[in-house]
Design a protein around this ligand. Structure first.
Ligand code: NAP
Length: 275
């Protein structure tokens, strides 16, 4: 974890960057093109999109315009709930690839654990993986019980679980379970969508290191061995957020941030969503 391009080796040997750009709620067209281009220019190599974000075309356009080799980038997308099931997932994957203008994905995730369907969806992801159309497959928003259920029938173990994760939601049990299973944890809404940036503990630690609150939180993710994908549409923030490889938080400051945990979410609980 020494540069923005440092990677973690997933359990199937694929190298995934520790740090990336999220593009949830970024408009398709110029806004997403500019954000992705700014990120790649700043050295980001990993981009996290999803079919439901409606901006895969813009992400694809920026990838082309960036001039960076496809093999040097790590592109994630996700199958939306309405498309879950075996055949419909295969179709949704093709649609995402077409929109992105790519011939493979680096990571494809089941976006939410839709009851009764996610095992069929997983079979489709296993097929896409065996065909070499995606380098790694994983899940998102899976609790331990969802993972245990999936693992009962899975031929291939998910390589990644992308979940809401930030100092107010430290996911201690899930993190331990994933570590034991070699499923890499990835944080969504790492900044709690901005809410944590004014927290007193975070701002005082930030002042001590002469870093921004966002940098302190994102550094905490990495020191906890959690991949992180903050979103911003502002170039200066995109650059600032990634500037976290030149300092490290002391054990004491890591503990102070750990103490902020209150199991509080900004998004829905995966046991109780209605979409
Ligand atoms: N799998 C899932 O179900 C799921 C769910 C949610 C998100 N995600 C993924 O995770 C990514 C990140 O999560 P998120 O977008 O929800 O939230 P986030 O990254 O925690 O926060 C983004 C918000 O913080 C602001 N921000 C970013 N950097 C900042 C800085 N340095 N200073 C001040 N404000 C800053 C952004 O505003 P500006 O853009 O105006 O800078 C935006 O409003 C998403 O984009 C998406 O790729 C996945």
């Amino acid at each position: 974890m020494v540069t923005l391009q440092s990677t973690v080796t997933l359990h199937n040997g694929v190298e995934m960057p520790w740090f990336g750009l999220g593009v949830f709620k970024v408009e398709d067209g110029q806004e997403v093109v500019d954000s992705v281009l700014a990120a790649i220019k700043a050295g980001y190599r990993s981009i996290d999109t999803a079919a439901i974000y409606g901006n895969e075309e813009g992400v694809g356009k920026a990838i082309k315009e960036s001039g960076v080799e496809r093999s040097d980038l790590f592109i994630t997308s996700k199958v939306w709930n309405a498309d879950q099931g075996y055949e419909s997932t295969l179709k949704a994957f093709d649609t995402s690839l077409n929109k992105l203008g790519l011939d493979y994905l680096d990571l494809y995730l089941i976006h939410w654990p839709k009851a009764g369907t996610y095992k069929d969806t997983w079979k489709a992801l296993e097929m896409l993986y065996k065909e070499g159309r995606v380098k790694a497959i994983g899940v998102s928003n899976f609790h331990i019980h969802h993972l245990k259920d999936l693992l009962q029938d899975a031929e291939i173990k998910p390589m990644v679980n992308q979940v809401e994760y930030h100092p107010h939601l430290a996911q201690l049990e899930l993190r331990a379970f994933c570590k034991e299973q070699e499923i890499q944890l990835e944080a969504w809404s790492p900044l709690k969508q901005g809410e944590l940036l004014t927290d007193d503990t975070i701002t005082s630690i930030a002042a001590k290191y002469e870093k921004s609150p966002a940098q302190v939180i994102l550094r905490w993710d990495l020191q906890n061995e959690v991949i992180t994908i903050p979103k911003s549409v502002k170039e200066e923030r995109i650059i600032d957020n990634a500037n976290i490889f030149d300092f490290s938080l002391s054990e004491e400051d890591m503990q102070a941030i750990n103490q902020l945990n209150k199991d509080e979410r900004v998004g829905p609980d995966p046991d109780n969503f209605d979409f």
